[in-house]
Ligand binder design. Structure first.
Ligand code: ZN
Ligand code: ZN
Length: 361
């Protein structure tokens, strides 16, 4: 009997059904992944809520960890992989020969195809990680994962920590003994703390709200020096005080709040960098003080996902065991509970206040 894969299928906005597909034949330059765990982020909720889908049905799941179940000879040779190897797969499905793929900047590939967002009616159907098995297309970017790393730590490393390294350090410019502010205490802000620590930044300041109390606690464990509750304290005065009047060399905004983005301009020092990863929902673009941007020669830098190199760096950090990455996964669900998992990350379930959520098929 042909192998089948159980999947969680988003058939329309806000409707996930459990279904199954035949597992496809694997070509010479492709592979089949047995999914170990899929991480969820806010983007999964936006997809679920109807903001992102180009065409249904979709198998969501773009934070991908699993074991190679089958692999074609060309892909095996190219990546040095064999059946049974444990890997993470980047979300982008690169075309392999546009001007961005040529530079390794797959996430900007002109075709814009991603696992977890692709029409599942198109063969070989298994385009997302909310499934027992996922197809790995030619050209996919793959990183090996050591057996000693827990599934939770590997999932965090390949998603939010990879982002944190790119946003806080590569693009944000975090550096030795330079003050940084991280706006937002969610999983993404917490991973940026790790990147700031690894970069030697000092002091590391995080802003959040009163409801972030438990996340502030984890932030301190990770190495944040000061947490500012913006509902209780004036963040501009606090950052001035904590930096001896200098303000922050780098500010990273992961809040999704137009008010916080505008505040970032006030928290950064002259010639500093504001890295903005926030996409504001509900079509409310942030209004920033461009006069201040000009006068202070601020670099305002948009940032989005990460490169393959950032994933490799993040995986080394996970291997080192220096940070409790597994604590980031606060809630786990089965594939049958995919609908609940997505609503959980979207904060629709009143009694659950998640940091990061994962599905184990
Ligand atoms: Zn994600
Ligand atoms: Zn491309």
């Amino acid at each position: 009997m042909a192998l089948k894969s159980k999947v969680a299928l988003l058939v329309e906005s806000r409707r996930i059904e459990i279904d199954e597909f035949d597992v496809p034949e694997i070509g010479a330059d492709a592979a089949l992944l047995k999914v170990e765990q899929a991480g969820l982020c806010g983007t999964d909720y936006k997809l679920y809520a109807g903001g992102l889908a180009k065409k249904y049905p979709i198998i969501p799941g773009h934070e991908i960890l699993g074991f190679i179940e089958r692999i074609g000879p060309d892909m095996a040779r190219k990546h040095g992989l064999a059946v049974g190897d444990r890997v993470v797969v980047e979300a982008s499905i690169p075309c392999g020969h546009c001007r961005f793929c040529d530079k390794g900047e797959f996430r900007l590939c002109v075709l814009g195809r991603f696992y977890g967002f692709t029409d599942a009616s198109v063969a070989p159907h298994l385009w997302g990680a909310f499934a027992e098995y996922m197809y790995i297309a030619p050209g996919s970017a793959i990183t090996r994962v050591a057996a000693g790393i827990s599934a939770d730590a590997a999932t965090v490393a390949a998603s939010t920590l990879g982002n944190g390294i790119r946003w806080m350090r590569t693009m944000g410019g975090a550096d030795i003994s330079k003050p940084v502010v991280i706006q937002g205490a969610g999983a993404q802000g917490l991973c940026a703390v790790i990147a700031a620590r690894e970069s030697g930044a000092y002091p590391i300041i995080m802003t959040g709200i009163t409801a972030d109390a438990s996340r502030f606690e984890l932030a301190r464990e990770l190495g944040v020096h000061h947490c500012i509750d913006v509902l209780k304290e004036d963040p501009i005065a606090a950052v001035r005080e904590l930096t001896n009047g200098a303000m922050a060399s780098s500010v990273l905004d992961v809040t999704g709040s137009p008010e916080a983005i505008a505040l970032s301009i006030k928290l950064v020092c002259p010639q500093g960098t504001v890295a903005c990863a926030s996409s504001v929902s509900g079509n409310r673009p942030a209004v920033i003080d461009t006069n201040e941007l000009v006068r202070k020669e601020i670099r305002f830098q948009g940032v989005w996902t990460h490169s393959l190199e950032n994933t490799q760096q993040a995986m080394r950090i996970a291997e080192s065991g220096r940070y409790p990455l597994e604590k980031f996964i606060s809630h786990e669900f089965s594939l049958d509970e995919a609908d609940k998992a997505v609503r959980c990350i979207g904060r629709e379930i009143a009694e659950i206040d998640p940091i990061k959520v994962a599905i184990k098929p």
